[in-house]
Write a protein that binds this ligand. Structure first.
Ligand SMILES: Nc1ncnc2c1ncn2[C@@H]1O[C@H](COP(=O)(O)OP(=O)(O)OP(=O)(O)O)[C@@H](O)[C@H]1O
Length: 281
């Protein structure tokens, strides 16, 4: 994490269509991931956020359009070279049984290692720094599967940090984390972007954390990008209603001046019969 890339990588999706077997999910996505910035992908469940991340990371092949890394089709590039530049943390990753935290974090170094050439010093430094950043050093020698959900999530984050890629794609990295740890993680991601020039694309579900920390917000709905730009222009009541069907006011925090959405309590949502029976019974 100590290296600062000379020129941030450029990741683009052009007219992307992608999905699973006969099911099309993404439909005509054009996206340039802003270089050296933290971009947050928002959208309701099933809107295609993970599918987009997988397609950009070439885990999923698009049925039409293309993904380019620095102007070159990512599918034509060497796998190791892509792994040295782009790291992805998918949703709900699982580690082999018995693997220790240090071993898991060390897996982040695989793209940098070759049988005949391995920089053990460089690897050890990257692993140490990544574990310190993600605050997992204290349980470095414990099995990943014996940790709590939040501790495990931090180990995966350490692994992706140890990979030291210029581009980092994270799918819901804050799942299972306490609010304080979520905030710490987002501040770390902001620092990676602003101080180290890393390019980050992160799926989040917490609208207020997204608005508070993102440089760029991308809102998806039904496999398409509906809005993209700085929170100031994207995070509006009208867009929240259109994309999430959420009635909310967007206000400014009086202390930080950050944008916040406050759901409206309209009282119009019908109470299902069974709950109403319990409530009044
Ligand atoms: N492996 C799969 N095979 C078939 N359909 C899938 C697969 N993975 C996802 N889908 C479908 O693709 C659509 C988009 O899913 P995706 O996981 O990309 O959405 P998402 O926006 O990330 O959702 P969430 O916020 O719930 O994680 C959904 O309808 C989902 O059911």
């Amino acid at each position: 994490m100590s290296s600062t890339p000379a020129k941030p990588p450029r990741l683009t999706g052009e007219a992307l269509r992608a999905g699973y077997e006969s099911r099309r999910v993404l439909d005509g996505i054009d996206l340039t991931v802003a270089e050296g910035k933290l971009t947050v992908l928002l959208g309701p469940n099933g809107s295609g956020k993970s599918t987009l991340l997988k397609t950009l990371a070439r885990t999923l092949t698009p049925s039409a359009g293309r993904v380019c890394l620095d102007g070159e089709d990512i599918h034509r590039r060497n796998t190791r070279e892509v792994a040295q530049r782009l790291g992805i943390l998918p949703q709900g990753p699982s580690a082999p049984e018995g693997l220790t935290v240090r071993q898991l974090v060390g897996m982040g170094r695989f793209p940098h290692q070759r049988l005949w050439r391995q920089d053990a010093h460089q690897d050890a430094r990257a692993i140490r720094e990544a574990m310190a950043y993600a605050d997992v050093t204290d349980f470095a020698e414990r099995s990943v599967d014996a940790l709590s959900g939040g501790q495990r999530q931090r180990c995966w984050i350490a692994m992706i940090l140890a990979q030291e890629t210029d581009l980092v794609l994270l799918d819901e990295p804050t799942t299972f984390l306490d609010l304080k740890v979520q905030v710490d993680l987002l501040e770390l991601l902001v620092r990676l972007a602003h101080d180290k020039g890393r390019t980050l694309l992160v799926v989040l579900h917490d609208l207020n954390l997204a608005a508070a920390y993102a440089d760029i917000l991308v809102m998806m709905r039904q496999g398409r990008i509906e809005h993209s730009g700085p929170p100031e222009t994207v995070f509006t009541s009208a867009h929240l209603k259109q994309v999430f069907d959420l009635d909310a006011h967007v206000i400014r925090d009086p202390h930080t001046r950050r944008l916040l959405c406050v759901p409206s309590l309209t009282g119009t949502t019908p109470i299902p019969q069974v709950i109403s029976g319990v409530a009044h019974g």
